[in-house]
Structures are given as C-alpha cells and as structure tokens.
Design a protein around this ligand. Structure first.
Ligand code: ACO
Ligand code: AKG
Length: 373
C-alpha cells in the first residue's frame, strides 16, 4: 500500500496568486478526507492569523486523515503548530549547498543542531515528526544521507526527499532515492515538482525505488509549475504497478473542479485524468476504434475517475463517427450523404475554430438532405 500525503493546502496554496479562505481550506480538507486520502499537509502555522485559524478549524473537525503542519527548524514555528492543535508536524531543512548558503550562511553544523533541537522540542511536546530535505535532488549525496540518518536518530518517523526545483529525471530519481531508502529504517516520502513536466514520473520512480509515501496536490497545483498531481499519482500507481491507495477515484473529477473553482483557474482540457478532453474522441480513426472497443484509445474506463466518454464531431472526424452521432438522433445515412456532411463539418470546424455541437451537425445534415432531395 502506498501512502498519500496531500499538500494542496500547503504547497498547492503556495502557487502564485492562490489564497484560500478559511472556509475553502476546511471544505477542501473535508473533501480529501471523505474520499480516503490518508494524510493532509494543511498549511504553515507560523504564518499566524487566518492561516492558523484555518488549520485549527481543520484540526477541530476530527477527520480520519492525519493532519500535518509545515515548519522550519524554528521553535516558534513548532509552537505555532502546537497552538493549532496539531499532533503531527513536518520540519524542513535545506540540504543542498546553495540552499544552506542562503538560509544558514553555509553553517551546516549549526543547521543540523537546530534540527536536533527542533525535533527534541517537538517530541517533548508529544508530536509525531516528519523531516524534509529541501532541495534533496541537488544535495551532495552523502550529506543528504547523513542528514536523513540524523533525523531518524533524533526521532523523525519519516524522511521527505524533495526535488524542490524539479530538475531530476526518473532514472536519477530512482538511483538517489534507492540509496536513501537503503540507508534508512524509516519510510521515505517523495515530494516532486513539475518544472520539467516530470513530477508524476519522478514520484513514481521514487516509489519504484522503495519510497512508500507521496506528497501530492489536486490538479498538480503548487509552486511554479506545480507538484505531482494526486489524480495522476493514484491512477498511475493503480494501473502501472497494481498498487492500491484505497482512495475513491470516482470523485476525482468533482474534486478537481471544486479546487479549480476555488482557485479561479480552469484545468487545461488536455490535463491528464481530469481535463475535459481526457476521454473525448474526435479523430476518425480513434472514434472508429472506440466505437468497437473503447480500450483501443482509452487507458482505463472513464467511470473510474468520475468521467464519461464523449464523441466529438470536428475537423478530424470520419464517416463512422458522423453516422454514429446522427444515428443516436434517429438519422440513418448512406455513404455519399455522409461524405458530403463530413466535408461541411470540416469547413465549419475550421471556420469556427472548434468542434461542432450535435445541433450544428443536425443542421448540416438537414441542409444536405434538402440539397439532395
Ligand atoms: C520549498 C518550500 O516550499 S519551503 C516553504 C515555503 N513557503 C513559504 O514561504 C510560505 C509561508 N511563509 C511565510 O509565511 C513566511 O516566509 C514565514 C512566516 C515562514 C517566515 O516569515 P519571515 O519571518 O517574514 O521571513 P522571510 O520569509 O522573509 O525569510 C525566511 C526566513 O526563514 C529562514 N528559513 C528558511 N528556511 C528555513 C528552515 N528550513 N529552517 C529554519 N529557517 C529557515 C530564512 O533563513 C529566513 O530567515 P531570516 O528572516 O532570519 O533571514
Ligand atoms: O518539506 C520540505 O522539506 C520542503 C518541501 C517543498 O515544498 C519543496 O522542497 O519544494
């Protein structure tokens, strides 16, 4: 079983221009919990004010999901998490030279001591603590392993491997995560960014290398190009590796639309799993195949993610599709008429720069019927 720790409410909200209100954060947390997501990274208590109020409101809900607050290795951050009623926290430290330089002026020993003290403080307050290596992908490999082993020795229950700027490919991810997994007794979590479009692939590579937890966001929302998308990771784990998460995937479309509406940003039609075109077939050869056997051009049944198949009439359609759509409207054609309707469909689709509605197709069919009568 692979564990999903969704960070829509933390890294997702760090996307430029995204700012959830308290009620929105609560509603998203409830939705994720209701579909069986195991853990929610709910925000950054150290931000205080409304962010802290939202986190407390989520903590008060008594959800099934574990709740995690994000912290720097700073005691006041952890104190803020405690004030929000969290029992589980994440402490992040930078592990690459470039990040340690800007945040700790290169003083890595002092940074590790700060992590040790922060972990001790959190553990003394009864908290369960996960530790993250920010910029793990650019860290010196032995330093990364040393830092993770220290975190384990000081009581962390999990270590997060972060491809903070999304610069790994799946092969390198596999190598680096395998070495980390082999060096630790605690579980490893993947946190991957999509700067090169590889966030989901790298999260999966980490799982193949032995990571057992993935940090995801709905629609892949997150810093810059975003994070590994919840819906992509869960469906890929299921269909590529036969790994179960227990999450109700039939709600993915509704969840995606809910989050997209909340952030005032539509999901692109070609977005994997939840985009409008994901199960839409316009091209003649594809529709011809799908009409006989949907598996010809669909990786899995659209109902698994709350979707329906759509047959769309447009520039690339062929006769079989036109005949099928018109047959559903009670119109049965011979070959010559279908071809002339198809020619008109193509001209119209190019002039409108879109596919046609069923009514537009019916109107073309009616015009052609008059001309041929
Ligand atoms: C890779 C990631 O996504 S990390 C998460 C990033 N998320 C965010 O930054 C969103 C929320 N952040 C905030 O609200 C604010 O940045 C706060 C509350 C955390 C801190 O605010 P400020 O006190 O105003 O500091 P500011 O944001 O300007 O600078 C960050 C400070 O944190 C320090 N810092 C950064 N990472 C860490 C860390 N892991 N551990 C300890 N200190 C850290 C920096 O060195 C800097 O310290 P300085 O103020 O002494 O120079
Ligand atoms: O949790 C951490 O350690 C950092 C997480 C993060 O957002 C990142 O590295 O991109």
């Amino acid at each position: 079983m692979i564990y999903i720790n969704d960070t829509t409410l933390r890294d997702g909200e760090q996307a430029a221009g995204v700012a959830f209100g308290i009620e929105e954060k609560v509603a998203i947390a409830k939705f994720l919990d209701a579909i069986g997501v195991h853990e929610l990274e709910v925000g950054i208590p150290a931000m205080g004010r409304d962010e802290a109020r939202a986190i407390r409101a989520i903590a008060d809900l008594g959800l099934n999901a574990h709740l995690l607050g994000w912290n720097r290795a700073v005691l006041s951050d952890i104190q803020a998490s405690i004030h929000c009623g969290l029992k589980r926290i994440h402490i992040s430290i930078p592990v690459s030279e470039i990040q340690i330089q800007v945040k700790f002026q290169g003083r890595w020993r002092a940074m590790l001591e700060q992590l040790r003290d922060a972990l001790a403080f959190a553990r003394d307050h009864g908290l369960t603590v996960s530790v993250g290596g920010e910029d793990s992908s650019r860290a010196d490999e032995s330093f990364l392993i040393d830092a993770a082993q220290y975190a384990q020795e000081w009581g962390a229950f999990r270590f997060r491997f972060c491809d903070t700027v999304g610069i790994l490919d799946p092969f390198t991810t596999h190598e680096r995560v395998k070495a980390l997994v082999e060096a630790l007794d605690i579980p490893v979590e993947m946190h991957t960014h999509n700067d090169l479009g590889l966030a989901t692939a790298n999260a999966l590579a980490g799982v193949r290398a032995g990571a057992t937890s993935v940090n995801t966001t709905v629609n892949g929302l997150g810093e810059r190009a975003g994070n590994a998308a919840l819906e992509e990771v869960v469906m890929a784990l299921k269909h590529l590796y036969n790994l179960k998460t227990g999450i109700q995937t039939q709600s993915f479309l509704e969840l995606s639309r809910f989050v997209a509406k909340t952030v005032h940003c539509d999901v692109p039609p070609w977005k994997a799993i939840v985009g409008d075109n994901t199960f839409a077939h316009e091209s003649g050869i594809h529709a011809h195949g799908v009409l006989q056997n949907s598996r010809t051009y669909e990786p899995f049944d659209p109902r698994e993610v709350g979707r329906q198949r759509r047959l769309v009439v447009g520039k690339h359609s062929g006769r079989r599709l036109i005949e099928q759509v018109l047959a559903t409207q009670g119109i049965h054609l011979d070959g010559d008429r279908t071809q002339s309707i198809l020619n008109d469909v193509r001209d119209r689709a190019v002039s409108l720069k879109r596919s046609l509605t069923v009514d537009e197709l019916l109107s073309i069919a009616a015009d052609r019927a008059c001309m041929m009568a």
